[in-house]
Write a protein that binds this ligand. Structure first.
Ligand SMILES: [Zn+2]
Length: 87
């Protein structure tokens, strides 16, 4: 029987899908709110994607787009959220 799980603040809620906090601004991410992302991180040189450790962070799209500007490219909302919004 599982008695207790020691995690960092917010991790248990995120794992249960109850509550997410933006990695960059620290504010809550609400379902139905502004477009938001889950971002999975992994060691690029490990080829076994089933067993390697992966960190997942959550972010508002606008926060990620601001903080993760590439040298030559940007995050692409029109691709990430192609099914959302007005036609
Ligand atoms: Zn944010």
């Amino acid at each position: 029987m599982l008695v207790a799980v020691d995690t960092s603040p917010g991790t248990a809620d995120a794992l249960l899908g109850l509550k997410y906090s933006c990695w960059f601004c620290g504010q809550g991410i609400e379902r139905g709110g502004p477009p938001s992302l889950s971002i999975a991180l992994a060691d690029i040189w490990k080829n076994d994607s089933n067993s390697e450790p992966t960190q997942v962070i959550y972010s508002h799209f606008t926060c990620a787009a601001e903080q993760m500007k590439g040298a030559s490219r940007s995050l692409e909302a029109d691709i990430l959220f192609a099914d959302d919004g007005d036609p």
